[in-house]
Write a protein that binds this ligand. Structure first.
Ligand SMILES: C[S@@+](CC[C@H](N)C(=O)[O-])C[C@H]1O[C@@H](n2cnc3c(N)ncnc32)[C@H](O)[C@@H]1O
Length: 268
């Protein structure tokens, strides 16, 4: 059996990136996440907001290349049903000509399956169709008890969502992990909310609201993470002038004198 080789799928992957990516401004995000997955080799990736599958396809391609890991991607398909999205999809051509036809009659799941099958990454993707909840037990269940290494939230970046998202998912992330929240840095209330929350976490403080809301098990897991780790917040802002052109990146790593995940450390 021939192994998967990205070179055989580049035309389709770039068609997905360049034709579907602009709907959400995610062309560069596809490349960023692809590179990060290749470098850091996460086992469990959770994406909140599949959209039209562009970022999912690129992340799954990186997982195929490293030969391990899975992306669990959540979407209720609401945006796919929009008349404006349907009209946009109907006029796609080239590599996505068949997808254009399918998008008019097929279900959301069938369309996403077409994308993932087309680049032969379906075995790395689990699409969960439904409303995104903040009870991370749902995510934990699909991840079969493993912790999350990379969480990419791309469905809502309001401050309230950020509070719920971090409270819900932090108890389930690994001590070396990354959380990306799209569009948050350039929405000022979200920017300040993230700055404030990360500052609290680095001071080993858990917000009272979370202490009251979380179950005992989740709170213990969160306390453990906060005690062990440091949180680095980077606001990745694109220079391309368009709306929502930013991504917040929270890097979580054990508080240590050595860099997390290093396989070859040199002392001189
Ligand atoms: C910005 S798009 C995702 C784009 C995709 N990650 C990409 O860059 O290629 C956001 C998606 O979230 C979905 N969505 C929004 N709110 C949701 C909710 N509460 N539950 C589930 N899906 C939701 C929409 O249907 C839409 O497809």
């Amino acid at each position: 059996m021939q192994s998967w080789n990205i070179k055989q799928h580049l035309d389709t992957l770039f068609a997905i990136r360049d034709q579907l990516g602009p709907v959400y401004g995610s062309e560069d995000l596809c490349m960023l996440l692809y590179s990060m997955v290749r470098r850091e080799q996460p086992q469990v990736v959770v994406e909140l907001g599949t959209g039209l599958g562009a970022t999912t396809a690129w992340v799954a391609s990186a997982l195929k290349e490293i030969g391990t890991g899975r992306i669990y991607t959540f979407d209720n398909g609401s945006h796919f049903q929009d008349a404006s999205v349907k009209a946009f999809l109907s006029q796609l051509g080239g590599e996505l000509h068949e997808f254009a036809r399918l998008s008019q009659t097929g279900s959301y799941e069938a369309c996403m399956d077409w994308i993932f099958q087309r680049v032969d990454v379906a075995d790395r993707v689990q699409l969960v169709k439904g409303d995104i909840g903040f009870d991370a037990r749902a995510a934990e269940a699909v991840a079969q008890g493993k912790k999350i290494d990379l969480l990419f939230s791309d469905f809502n970046h309001a401050p309230k969502t950020i509070i719920q998202l971090l409270a819900g998912y932090l108890p389930y992330v690994n001590t070396t992990s990354a959380i990306y929240i799209d569009s948050a840095p350039t929405h000022l209330p979200s920017y300040w909310m993230l700055e404030n929350l990360v500052q609290m976490l680095n001071a080993k403080r858990i917000p009272a609201a979370w202490r009251h809301e979380l179950g005992a098990e989740q709170l213990a897991a969160l306390r453990d993470l906060v005690d062990q780790c440091r949180f680095q917040l980077v606001h990745l802002v694109e220079k391309t002038p368009r709306s929502q052109n930013s991504t917040a990146w929270i890097r979580i790593a054990p508080d240590d004198i050595f860099p997390a995940g290093a396989t070859h450390l040199r002392f001189q």
